[in-house]
Design a binder for this molecule. Structure first.
Ligand SMILES: Cc1ncc(COP(=O)(O)O)c(C=O)c1O
Length: 389
């Protein structure tokens, strides 16, 4: 199909219908398309540019900084912090959020100690951590994960003791990308405080599970247990139609370069220049539509659907793993055409489904009906993770 601008229709023939059909069957990549978001059309008529710090006065008046501040405060609550003692902004996604935390942490720790920090994160951390470390020219030391897929604390302590003279930037993942494991934030914060008192920053990357974990009974996953900054994606569990993320940090955790462009009202605390006010508006709408009780109900349904899928796979002879507080179900990779049809996230010989709110029981039943017999092989890492069965 080739695009033909000027043919009268806004989109190439069949393009929209094809996209809608493919989106409906996507099981491996978390997104939610439940809302029509017609109200966002109101914002498209306005030149909304959320340039700069939403908490500083702005020289321009065509922005949605007011909505953005409310979104940051709402996420501070989700993160277990006092919204009045937090700052933050809406990013382009969790990759930018992690990059921002490492960049701000690097500059802050270097200005205090005169030494370039190193980065630690579990070997299950999202690739954006190594990407950010590379771009920021920081050494990344991966910390082995334990059998459940969460960061191993003795392994972290031993790395920290081997690097006593360098400040440390740590990333905890609350809901790892592939297994859905939750790194123990409290023990990580205590290990860092013991070895690098006052010379570390701990960021919590809750890209996928940040809007799910508050409703699962999980503990030790957010700023209530320690750490300095937190981020979550808007387009995953919450299903905002524009890819975006929210970064939140404790006020005073970072210091900022004051020599910033004159057209900003205050110090440039963001990584981007111009930023879409549309994303802040979409997040605001989603948070209005998903008050705590509704999110809690949806989260319960997601966990229930994930439990059902894991049990159904096992009944059919498949190995299936699910972390207790996760909507992610991991199992041996099925045939390639099924991985493609259902857009499964595949890593080596394993695949996963994430039961976000869009993924109904009916869709999961259709997925199960399409699966052939269980494969003879078992994924390398699956047998070790007995605690997840
Ligand atoms: C734990 C984690 N961190 C970061 C990211 C990157 O998020 P984004 O695509 O919003 O940049 C992901 C994406 O899956 C993730 O699972």
């Amino acid at each position: 199909m080739s695009a033909q601008p000027g043919s009268g229709d806004p989109w190439p023939l069949g393009w929209l219908e094809g996209l809608a059909a493919r989106s409906a069957e996507c099981l491996g990549y978390p997104s939610h398309h439940g809302f029509t978001n017609r109200e966002l059309a109101d914002l498209l008529a306005l030149p909304l540019n959320n340039l700069g710090d939403p908490f500083s006065p702005s020289r321009s008046a065509t922005h949605a900084h007011d909505l953005e501040r409310e979104v940051v405060r709402a996420v501070a609550r989700v993160a277990g912090a006092d919204p009045e003692k937090c700052r933050g902004y809406v990013t382009s996604g969790s990759t930018e959020s992690v990059m921002h935390a490492l960049a701000a942490g690097r500059d802050t720790l270097r200005s205090v100690t005169g030494v370039r920090p190193f980065v630690v994160a579990s070997d299950q951390a999202h690739g954006c951590v190594s990407k950010a470390a590379k771009i920021l020219d920081l050494k990344l030391i991966p910390v082995p994960s334990g059998p459940s897929g969460a960061l191993d604390i003795p392994a972290l302590a031993s790395i920290l003791s081997a690097w006593p003279d360098h400040p440390c930037l740590a990333v905890a993942t609350s809901g790892t990308t592939f297994l859905g494991a939750v790194d123990p934030v409290g023990p990580m914060a205590r290990a860092l405080e013991a070895s690098h008192p006052g010379r570390h920053r701990l960021h919590i990357d809750a890209a996928l599970a940040g809007f799910l974990l508050p409703h699962t009974g999980a503990s030790d996953w957010n700023l209530a247990s320690g750490g300095h900054s937190f981020s979550v994606s808007g387009h995953k569990m919450l299903g905002v139609p524009v890819p975006c993320g929210i970064s939140v940090w404790l006020d005073g955790a970072f210091s900022w370069d004051r020599s910033t462009p004159g057209y900003l009202g205050g110090p440039d605390i963001t990584l981007a220049g111009s930023r879409a006010g549309l994303a802040a508006g979409a997040l605001w709408l989603a948070l209005c539509r998903w008050p705590r009780e509704r999110l809690s109900r949806e989260a319960g349904q997601c966990l229930e659907n994930a439990r059902w899928l894991a049990a159904s796979l096992r009944e059919e002879g498949w190995t299936a793993l699910r972390h207790p507080h996760s909507a992610t179900v991991v199992f041996p990779k099925p045939a390639d055409h099924l991985c493609q049809r259902w857009q499964l996230h595949v890593e080596g010989e394993a695949a996963h489904v994430v039961a976000v709110p869009r993924v109904s029981r009916r869709l999961l039943e259709q997925f199960m009906e399409s699966l052939g017999p269980a494969p003879e092989f078992s994924c390398d890492f699956l047998p070790e993770r007995t605690d997840l069965r």
